[in-house]
Design a protein around this ligand. Structure first.
Ligand code: SAH
Length: 211
């Protein structure tokens, strides 16, 4: 079922072999409640508790592919990555296969602990789960080759831009003037920040503070 999910994602236009291999390797059914296991490989977001959702696999693939479009090392890997919104930890596990280090921050203690429980058996030594408000980024891990947000705000916080390495990329859902949400890519180039607005998306809101 997972292999078929990857085939469908490839057919939708995701071409990066590393991204497809990562989605093929991470067992998404381990990250959802037992009642939802039979939907784990459908291309749909699913509830993970506390009003939050695990993102659609095709959207995870698309965003990680965009993130990898930035600077990579000689092995084709991305350096340190910051994820805002750990949720159940699924995307952090996917990122652990394409980046050297993954810092993932979650503002809801219940989900931070759920992700710890989901990821512990996978023993991913390069994933660091943090509890806190990701609007401030995580300065101790900076600079990041990539920053990826799983929740959408009005504007990309200044802290993320400060903590981004030269050549690095931010991939984040962002609110557009009409109130809709779109995927935004910011790239830190020698000539300044380059912003591209891509397709419409539907993410849970980026909120400040912890709970
Ligand atoms: N990547 C997750 C998706 C979780 S949904 C997964 O694979 O399951 C997005 C998450 O962002 C929610 O858990 C929400 O609580 C969290 N979030 C929203 N605002 C945040 C903030 N300011 N800092 C950290 N996490 C935040």
């Amino acid at each position: 079922m997972r292999a078929r999910m990857v085939q469908r994602i490839a057919a939708q236009g995701v071409a990066d072999a590393q991204v497809l291999a990562a989605l093929g390797a991470v067992e998404r059914h381990r990250f959802v409640d037992s009642a939802l296991v039979n939907q784990a490989y459908e291309d749909t977001s699913l509830p993970i508790g506390l009003g939050q959702t695990i993102s659609k696999p095709s959207v995870v693939a698309r965003m990680v592919e965009l993130l990898l479009g930035g600077a990579r090392d000689a092995q084709g890997r991305l350096g340190r990555v910051l994820e805002i919104g750990t949720g159940c930890g699924y995307q952090a596990a996917v990122l652990s296969r394409v980046a050297t280090e993954v810092y993932s921050i979650e503002r809801l203690r219940g989900l931070h602990e759920k992700a710890q429980g989901n990821l512990r058996p996978l023993r991913l030594a390069n994933v660091h789960l943090l509890f806190g408000d990701g609007m401030a980024g995580f300065a101790k891990g900076a600079p990041y080759a990539g920053i990826i947000a799983a929740a959408g705000g009005e504007a990309v916080p200044a802290a993320w831009i400060e903590q981004l390495a030269p050549g690095g990329r931010i991939v984040a859902p962002s609110q557009m003037p009409g109130g809709t949400q779109a995927l935004v890519v910011l790239e830190k180039t020698a000539g300044g920040l380059q912003r591209s607005v891509l397709e419409a998306v539907h993410f849970v809101p980026l909120k400040s503070g912890i709970a």
